[in-house]
Design a binder for this molecule. Structure first.
Ligand SMILES: NC(=O)c1ccc[n+]([C@@H]2O[C@H](COP(=O)([O-])OP(=O)(O)OC[C@H]3O[C@@H](n4cnc5c(N)ncnc54)[C@H](OP(=O)(O)O)[C@@H]3O)[C@@H](O)[C@H]2O)c1
Length: 253
């Protein structure tokens, strides 16, 4: 009998795999049989993740991939083609949020940086990866957006705008490539216990906020995002594309 969520023989590139949600996704993909390329700006940190995957019996390598450096995109995809001859799964997880505060005080540099990493990065990485996926006539892309993309939080308007763009990119690319065997979906995490959310985690009144706004009054652990991704990249979701899976403890109710 076929094992559900089996990714044996598939090659996956995870952008932003050095920690947090990306690290958890990299482990999850490897546990289900994928060969995982762990990438971020810090290859040494990604290599530690790849090493932990190998120690656990999986297959993984690391690569330096700064989402804002378009030359890194081509270099990484070429390396994957030379090493494995194929790319089946792309996880656009890396993102940044350098500014939190009122819109009228946000520096231009924060706007430019956030759009460069969160929008230009996944758009061009997808555009660079898709030709290799097309060679096999099959692929799955998961763009890690955020609930901020549909319900922007106060003080995070720029970040929310970038995540709305990622959701639009997901739906647009899904239409373009659905009949070529490539499915494109998004993960919309809620409040997850990672470095990116560390300022919020320690904010005064945060437990009271969670009690009032979440159906499960706690932060998620990064591992709690993995099951949704496994669904979206495996053949279990063969009729599922252009969608977003919201994993947010009922914050949108
Ligand atoms: N935590 C939350 O509450 C939450 C909620 C909704 C959505 N998300 C989304 O979930 C995703 C993962 O975030 P996280 O919470 O796991 O945060 P995290 O622990 O801070 O991890 C962010 C990852 O992005 C990578 N990254 C940052 N800038 C990059 C760049 N310029 N080029 C390549 N990689 C870059 C980091 O790697 P290096 O620093 O090694 O380059 C790291 O691997 C993001 O898309 C985020 O927007 C998070």
């Amino acid at each position: 009998m076929t094992q559900r969520f089996d990714l044996t023989g598939r090659v996956a590139l995870v952008a932003g795999a050095s920690r947090g949600i990306g690290e958890a996704i990299a482990h999850g993909l490897a546990q289900h049989g994928a060969k995982v390329v762990c990438s971020s700006r810090k290859q040494a940190d990604c290599e530690k993740v790849a090493e932990a995957i190998r120690d656990a019996g999986g297959e993984a390598i690391s690569a330096e991939l700064h989402l804002g450096e378009l030359s890194h995109h081509g270099k990484t995809v070429n390396m994957i083609e030379e090493t494995y001859g194929r790319l089946d799964i792309l996880i656009n997880n890396g993102a940044t949020n350098p500014y939190m505060g009122p819109s009228h005080e946000a520096p231009d540099s924060a706007y430019d940086k956030t759009f460069e990493v969160n929008v230009k990065g996944p758009y061009y990485l997808s555009s660079t990866a898709i030709p290799l996926m097309l060679k096999n006539g099959k692929g799955a892309i998961v763009n890690v957006a955020s609930i901020d993309g549909i319900k922007p939080a106060q003080g995070r308007v720029i970040y929310g705008m970038t995540k709305a763009a990622v959701i639009a990119m997901t739906k647009g690319m899904a239409k373009e490539y659905g009949n070529h065997g490539i499915r494109v979906n998004a993960l919309l995490p809620g409040f997850t216990d990672t470095k990116l959310a560390s300022a919020l985690k320690n904010a005064p009144g945060i437990q009271k906020f969670m009690d009032a706004n979440l159906a499960i009054s706690r932060m998620a652990q990064p591992e709690e995002m993995v099951g949704a991704v496994l669904y979206m990249v495996s053949d279990e979701s063969s009729y599922f594309t252009g969608q977003g899976m919201v994993v947010d403890a009922g914050a949108i109710i």
